[in-house]
Design a protein around this ligand. Structure first.
Ligand SMILES: [Zn+2]
Length: 232
């Protein structure tokens, strides 16, 4: 009887130990992701990838620039010039083309391409019940692979059904509301997408504030690891 109790107690302790080890485990991001504010990220491995360059303070040399649509806070010709070289490849939607120069690969939702060894997929990004980003404009978000990690840049989008089908490790999601998802909607989106890490974006520049990002982090605690990046 004593041995049986001891055995059960030990088993329970092992189970609890394993449970807490797992709960404590934090996903170690292999990619280096820098946030330059709004939807602009700089992601580095052997290539330098920028997304939606906007209000950049420093010049740089981008290998690839991903642009989601032609609104001025996403497709900013002045900011592109700060990081563009003769070798830079821009991936953008058709409507951005008129504002830009250099090598531009035009995409629409569903397109897949490989640029400088980086696999890139353009995915839908649109509003539901708001007029700012109509689905028929064929504007995009991107899923691209860096260091074996699939990174999802949502673009200007609401919480859309397609998100359920995305398999990604890191999700960059808007949280400001108004033109895009609110923090509450972004929480639902994150729970659907189930990334290993979610990073809030699209706040602190035009609409939205750090409190949207904090709400996103707080509500997802224990469910999805959220990283609030410091603007660089
Ligand atoms: Zn927009």
């Amino acid at each position: 009887m004593f041995m049986k109790k001891l055995f059960l107690t030990l088993t329970l302790m092992v189970i609890l130990f394993l449970y807490f080890i797992n709960a404590e485990e934090v996903y170690k991001m292999k990619s280096k992701i820098h946030w330059m504010g709004h939807d602009c990220f700089k992601i580095t491995n052997d290539k330098i990838i920028y997304t939606d360059p906007y209000q950049l303070e420093k010049e740089d040399k981008a290998d690839i620039i991903l642009i989601t649509h032609s609104h001025y806070d996403h497709c900013s010709a002045d900011d592109v010039k700060k990081i563009q070289t003769a070798d830079t490849i821009i991936v953008a939607t058709e409507d951005c083309k008129k504002n830009l120069t250099g090598t531009i690969k035009v995409v629409k939702p569903g397109d897949k391409l490989e640029v400088k060894g980086i696999k890139i997929e353009a995915v839908p990004a649109y509003n539901i019940g708001k007029k700012f980003h109509p689905k028929e404009n064929n504007w995009v978000g991107y899923i691209f692979e860096v260091n074996g990690e699939r990174i999802y840049l949502a673009g200007d989008t609401d919480y859309i059904p397609e998100m359920k089908t995305f398999k990604v490790d890191i999700a960059l999601l808007p949280v400001s509301g108004t033109y895009v998802m609110t923090a509450e909607e972004a929480i639902k989106a994150a729970l659907d997408i189930k990334p290993k890490i979610a990073i809030p974006m699209h706040y602190g520049a035009i609409v939205g504030s750090i409190s949207d990002a904090e709400k996103f982090e707080k509500e997802l605690k224990g469910k999805i690891e959220v990283k609030i990046l410091k603007k660089e």
